[in-house]
Unconditional design. Sequence first.
Length: 201
Amino acid sequence: MYKFFFKRMIDFLIALIGLILLSPVFIVVTILLYFANQGKPFFFQARPGLNEKIFHIIKFKTMNDRKDEKGNFLPDSERLTPVGSFIRQTSLDELPQLINVLKGDMALIGPRPLLPQYLPLYNESQKRRHTIRPGITGWAQVNGRNAISWTKKFELDIWYIDHLSFETDCKVIFLTLKKVIKKEGINQAGQATAEVFNGNN
């Protein structure tokens, strides 16, 4: 009953209340990133959601669009702005995803939505991550986030699906707050962002 009804209802109510209460923060961050990213405070990207249906995730844009002389984007570490780095470390870049939760694209808790090009790379077990709505945070995020391997992340995603309950979600929320406060697992060692998944890592 919780998985198929109450979870969605609770997600919607918390997302709505969260957006209202955090609207001052939302406005301030939008203004800061507007100036830091040449008038582009938001980042939109296609991601597969429930049953692999594609939707557009909304995040605060933490990197600028600087390119080299050949027109290629510079490395992530060079495009990550100081204000963007702070917003990423405090996980404020995830705040606009509350809009995705209201729309029904996402849940508060679930496997993180990844890139569409990864879909053909999943094995049968890993494909199960799309049997529920993706989340803003999840069991993998509170057990290593970007500091663990892709294989471990997927194992944790499947564990969550098999143990989805109100109690598990409460634990994830508590551990997420703890991670955000301690700024743990934001990046992988030696990288500004997580490494690309190639089906073998």
